[in-house]
Design a protein around this ligand. Sequence first.
Ligand SMILES: NC(=O)c1ccc[n+]([C@@H]2O[C@H](COP(=O)([O-])OP(=O)(O)OC[C@H]3O[C@@H](n4cnc5c(N)ncnc54)[C@H](OP(=O)(O)O)[C@@H]3O)[C@@H](O)[C@H]2O)c1
Length: 285
Amino acid sequence: MSEVTVVGLGPMGSKMAETFLAAGHRVKVWNRTASKAEPLLARGAARAVTAADGDLLVVSQISYQAMYDSLGDARLDGKVVVNLSSDTPERLREAARWVEGRGGTLITAGIMVPPPGIGQPGAYTFYSGPKDVLDRHAGTLEALSEITYVGPDQGLAMMYYQAQLLTFWSSLTSHMHAMAFLRTAGVSPSEFLPFAQSLFTQLGSDGPMGYAKILTEEFEAGAYPGEENTLHMQAVGMGHVVEALEQAGVETTVPKALKALFERADAEGRGHEGLGTVIESITKP
Ligand SMILES: NC(=O)c1ccc[n+]([C@@H]2O[C@H](COP(=O)([O-])OP(=O)(O)OC[C@H]3O[C@@H](n4cnc5c(N)ncnc54)[C@H](OP(=O)(O)O)[C@@H]3O)[C@@H](O)[C@H]2O)c1
């Protein structure tokens, strides 16, 4: 079994340390607020002397600035830092150079589950950076989740992670608008739930409502056939949705933003194409 130091003991880092321990690894822990280490020490972890105490440092903190603050001016010769924190892809690339400048190697990562999912079937994490280094530590890291390697560019794991979060947050916010809207007419969220579940499932399917795949194919082909459901028709429909929400007294920030985007694509002369043509407006802001 190998040795790993977990840096950052928020909900994620604490669960990661716990999971490494359960998998039989020797675990050291470090946190800015030292008291958060106590429950893990009771489970058999050791207290790291500094955040750089170990050869494999698994970091989970609020941002990459926290890593700089934690490591300070420590040398990192021969060490591997695996950072699963959120930040921008550009800051991750900058961090890779920073770690390299201190003699270490940075593997970046975006973990796609909340604390209860860590170490559970179905959990996966996007990783980027030098593959040979990741491969050397795969036996330890796979305790957390399946390892999904996306390439050597250290910004890439974060781009995949943020792409998924964008869909997660925006689709679920629309679902919240949908529930709030229906509730104004006395329809309970649980009465609506089967329809919401059906839509979420169908969007990811291969059927006629399988729009994740349909839009992928259209974007790659650069063609957005819209004979049967034009963007213009949908821009008008989206306007009706915004009006309906306003009449129901529901908040409209996100729906209005969608309406504006659809109307822009329409005004750009592509109203006769399908919904996918909106991608052209997204790629040219
Ligand atoms: N929670 C989730 O469901 C989830 C899922 C996937 C990914 N993530 C990502 O995982 C990371 C950790 O998330 P989290 O939910 O565990 O908690 P968090 O609130 O994002 O981070 C808490 C940790 O960051 C540390 N920290 C903050 N500022 C610091 C600084 N300047 N110097 C040193 N340490 C600092 C905290 O130390 P103190 O204890 O001393 O304050 C604590 O250990 C985040 O980047 C998050 O986006 C979270």
